[in-house]
Design a protein around this ligand. Sequence first.
Ligand code: UD1
Ligand code: CA
Length: 459
Amino acid sequence: MSKRYAVILAAGQGTRMKSSLYKVLHPVCGKPMVQHVIDQLSRLDLTNLITVVGHGAEKVKSHVGDKSLFALQEEQLGTAHAVMQAESLLAHEKGTTIVVCGDTPLITAETIESLLKHHEATNAMATILTAHAEDPTGYGRIIRNEQGSVEKIVEHKDATEQERLVQEINTGTYCFDNEKLFETLSKVSNDNVQGEYYLPDVIEILKNEGQIISAYQTSDFAETLGVNDRFALSQAEETMKKRINKQHMLNGVTIVDPSNTYISADAVIGRDTVIYPGTVIQGTVVIGENCEVGPNSEIKDCKIGNNTSIRHSVAHDSEIGHEVTIGPFAHIRPQSLIGDEVRVGNFVEIKKASFGKGSKASHLSYIGDAEVGKGVNLGCGSITVNYDGKNKFLTKIEDGAFVGCNSNLIAPVTIGEGAYVAAGSTVTDDVPGKALSIARAKQVNKENYAEKLDINKKS
Ligand code: UD1
Ligand code: CA
């Protein structure tokens, strides 16, 4: 097998997106389009992967990181000109170069592999990945001669009425003999409606030189969708969502209503976990086995153990253990560490706090900047008063402590092991282990005083 290289075209402005975000960074199921393409290509055995960047180069580079080399296209003069920017990195190499557009996020490694095989088997100088489109508007059309072999690709804007009737489209993915590609790029002109150097023109030039041109038609048009505007973006999202959900279901996850469940491309979910409708799972999420998530929950960048239930709740950037119960209507904010068998009940907000095994905050609490030990009970309405308007302070609640209802723990403060805070306390000083702390005004009962107030007297 000869060496294989890939060039991803990601320098375009994306005018039709009407966005301040660079086109290839628009997310599909939470991951930038260009990242989808790179991740698929990374599954192939490639010597080098080069992303051509231009608009928003720095942002694109920082997203992609070290998964690719980069070539800069300062001015966007067309797709042929874009590939040419990889010349100094690639032109001298022998082998096959795959070119993929950064705006075709649904393309799979399997299809590119089939394209490569076809290219190698036919000894072609160039092989185009084509597809049959019900509505080919906007795509380059594959023009074949009477014998059925490819003559050229005509862009929609340059096509005649007759050519526009052709439904076989250029998907924007190709294989080329590397040296021949770079030799031919310099012969491409910009004499067309858009005044651009078109990569597809390489095909006609090679054909006229008598080289073998091949085409491989995929049966799945959806996979080759090029995203030029927000409508196509929503179509890509829909297709990717179905693909991701199906994969989880085949792996043993129950998704009660797949059309109403949104799972990011990078989520890992264990067997027998059930995802209820209205659930949005974003970023890098790992969910264990036999969990219940949803309905109506949002989970982003979290790691969740086994047998845990999260209902009607939001959890971000946190770690949640095994056999935990969260919700309904709880909010787990970043940097929280919820231990095994913890219970976080309704209207509880947790921020940057750790909870040891078996602790509970069952109702109406705010626990922020806190270390909660094991077996702690935080009564209804317990609040860590962590912020004085300028700085944040830590609250420590040691193992087995019991905090009564409606208590304010004014940080920095420690509630010692096994201590008991009476309901309604405002605790400003540390409570020693095993102590009872009562920090509230003493109750005074004035006999018969209510009568003097005459509260029942009608005016
Ligand atoms: C392109 C193809 C068309 C094909 C379609 C498939 C050309 C001329 N046309 O059209 O035949 O049917 O893709 O989706 O190639 N880019 C650069 N630098 C540039 C211009 C574009 O890097 O100077 C990048 C864009 O970021 C994009 C990709 O190349 O990722 C394709 O460019 P785009 O303008 O979207 O081409 P289409 O009009 O869709
Ligand atoms: Ca496009």
